[in-house]
Design a protein around this ligand. Structure first.
Ligand SMILES: C[S@@+](CC[C@H](N)C(=O)[O-])C[C@H]1O[C@@H](n2cnc3c(N)ncnc32)[C@H](O)[C@@H]1O
Length: 206
């Protein structure tokens, strides 16, 4: 599927109905999600025919996008039941059969999923809401679950920290794309209509 076509499909995904700031519930914009998934498939062939996990799947754009790119199976892991309700509605709209969901804290995913997936993808909470370090915990879980590669979005301003943390896990980080993430106002305290955030798409080989 072409990039524009993927972006078109993902732009119709319904967002969180009642976004929760403490869980950092921001939808990945369709353009960013499409670029991320298209890059992972076209440059690395890490989605089509693969077992994929999406950590913190929210309303489902990365999970559904992976299914549209013909992943063998995609598991979305998410802590919030309300988010999973919207996720299910979105999955029904797209009629993508190869999707499973697991409601849990990503940090407690059971060990039966260790090395169960070829590819782990995520747009994790960045750890800015009284949950410092959660982005690194998500990465660690990604490395545990994957037998090939982990792809994740991180604020460019935290690049050195991400690289250092990966080193402590004995892993190298490759910055595979630099993207500008246009975040529309989601919460009441957002005064501007939208803000631009620079993000890295990183890859960790497992
Ligand atoms: C930045 S949003 C990304 C949502 C979705 N993947 C997307 O790309 O639009 C982060 C997601 O992680 C979920 N989340 C936050 N903490 C979590 C945890 N400890 N375990 C599982 N999911 C969590 C949030 O509820 C939210 O859906």
């Amino acid at each position: 599927m072409k990039l524009k076509q993927l972006e078109y499909h993902l732009s119709s995904i319904e967002p969180f109905k009642n976004p929760k700031i403490l869980l950092e519930q921001y939808v990945t914009p369709a353009h960013i999600a499409a670029c991320m998934l298209h890059h992972i498939q076209s440059e690395n062939e890490d989605i089509t025919g693969k077992m994929v996990a999406d950590l913190g799947c929210g309303a489902g754009c990365l999970t559904i996008g992976s299914a549209l790119l013909d992943a063998a199976q995609v598991y979305g892991f998410e802590i919030d039941t309300e988010a999973l309700e919207v996720f299910q509605e979105n999955v029904e709209e797209f009629e993508v059969p190869q999707i499973e969901t697991v409601q849990c804290d990503v940090r407690n995913i059971p060990s039966r999923f260790d090395k169960f997936f070829d590819t782990v993808i995520m747009n994790p909470p960045f750890g800015t809401k009284h949950n410092a370090g959660i982005d690194m915990e998500f990465l660690e879980v990604g490395v545990r679950l994957s037998k090939n590669a982990v792809y994740s979005l991180h604020k460019t301003s935290t690049r050195n920290h991400v690289i250092k943390h990966a080193k402590t896990l004995g892993r190298e980080v490759e910055v595979v794309a630099e993207l500008k993430y246009n975040l529309p106002a989601t919460y009441k305290f957002h005064k501007k209509k939208s803000v631009d955030i620079e993000v890295d798409l990183i890859k960790i080989l497992v």
